[in-house]
Design a protein around this ligand. Structure first.
Ligand code: SAH
Ligand code: SF4
Length: 340
């Protein structure tokens, strides 16, 4: 049993079933998420026999060891965490003046096979458990001493292909008795799994939604992102419009700029046509090189032209500031290796 996979209510149920009073679960929850300890020994206000009992039962506090870490000049840090089965997973700390963001992973590898993505090249290995998701920002808050107040599910994996674990992790991370990070400060990025978007639109926890678009016509998107053959643009955009009308929330569309592939004037025209009139925001991501790929980043001028064209068409657009590039920790570069 890994306690970090349990919400506070589930923890109380679990401990009650072991014959413990409810206040013990509040104590243990606070030790895990407020004081962030990694051993039963550290929980000094619990009776010694109780600590021994839980330890002997093999109840895990779910702390993950750091296998390696690399830091760039701007203070971004990429951590490689070791998992119990020998796999590893990455998360990235991205500090700004007021915002301390953790970019976390939801799977080891990813099965979606997007052509431009290093994680996709590796293929799907396995889903992360809620505990393994929750632990990433929690451990990074200990390692950096920072108060993490923003989370993005933009590390390895497709979050909506691991929906139940993701939502359980959001519930635990959101709990004011623990980390207390509001759903509005959590962004989930998806390659466009329509059933997942439909479920998210109906959830109690209303996280921010980002859609990886990268192509504005089906032919191009089929080529870049195989998932488009299953969930093409028209129904995807319909699901987005429905999400917006149910939640009243703006969607972010991510668009990686790849030289000569999706940055032509016709691509800009298609994108404008696709998104006009929607409550949305476009985030242009300069393509980050990945191994074994001939794709190259669009030129600066081309990217600026795209942004200007979209803004002129009243589609609010920003160009993503580069972070973590020197760490091989930027978008799409996470492969689970942790090396530079
Ligand atoms: N699987 C999810 C979230 C992880 S990827 C998704 O695809 O949305 C996070 C973002 O990085 C996505 O928008 C993804 O399309 C983008 N990305 C992937 N590879 C990239 C690359 N090589 N350069 C720039 N962005 C990339
Ligand atoms: Fe998976 Fe996202 Fe990479 Fe596509 S871009 S392969 S969905 S991690």
């Amino acid at each position: 049993m890994n306690l970090k996979s349990l919400s506070s209510e589930e923890l109380a149920d679990y401990l009650t079933a072991l014959g413990l009073p409810k206040y013990r679960s509040n104590q243990i929850f606070a030790w895990i998420y407020r004081r962030k300890v990694c051993s039963w020994e550290a929980m000094t206000d619990l009776p010694l026999e109780l600590r021994r009992f839980l330890e002997d039962k093999g109840v895990s506090l779910g702390c993950l060891p750091v296998v390696s870490q690399v830091r760039d000049a701007g203070g971004a840090v990429k951590y490689l965490f070791g998992l119990d089965d020998g796999e590893t997973v990455e998360a990235v700390y991205l500090p700004e003046a007021n915002r301390k963001t953790v970019c976390f992973s939801t799977q080891v590898g990813c099965g979606m096979g997007c052509l431009f993505c290093a994680t996709g090249q590796r293929g799907m290995v396995r889903n992360l458990t809620p505990a393994e998701i929750v632990e990433q920002p929690l451990r990074i808050s200990v390692l950096t001493g920072a108060r993490i107040n923003s989370l993005v599910a933009m590390g390895q994996g497709e979050p909506l292909a691991n929906y139940d674990s993701l939502l359980k992790a959001v519930e635990i991370i959101n709990d004011p008795r623990g980390m207390g990070i509001g759903a509005r400060h959590i962004t989930v990025s998806t390659c466009g799994i329509i059933p997942g978007i439909e479920r998210l639109a109906r959830e109690k926890y209303q996280v921010n939604l980002a859609i990886s678009l990268h192509g504005a016509d089906d032919q191009l998107r089929d080529y870049l992102m195989p998932i488009n053959r299953k969930y093409p643009l028209e129904p995807l955009l319909e699901a987005c419009r429905d999400y917006i009308s149910r939640t009243n929330r703006r969607i972010t569309f991510e668009y990686t700029m790849i030289d000569g592939i999706n940055d032509r004037p016709s691509d800009l025209a298609n994108l404008i046509k696709l998104l006009s009139g929607m409550l949305c925001h476009v985030n242009l991501i300069p393509f980050n090189p990945v191994p074994n790929s001939e794709f190259r980043r669009s030129g600066k001028e081309r990217i600026q032209k795209f942004a200007a064209g979209l803004n002129r068409a009243h589609i609010k657009t920003t160009v993503r500031k580069e972070r973590g590039g020197t760490l091989a920790a930027a978008c799409g570069q996470l492969q689970g290796k942790g090396s530079l």
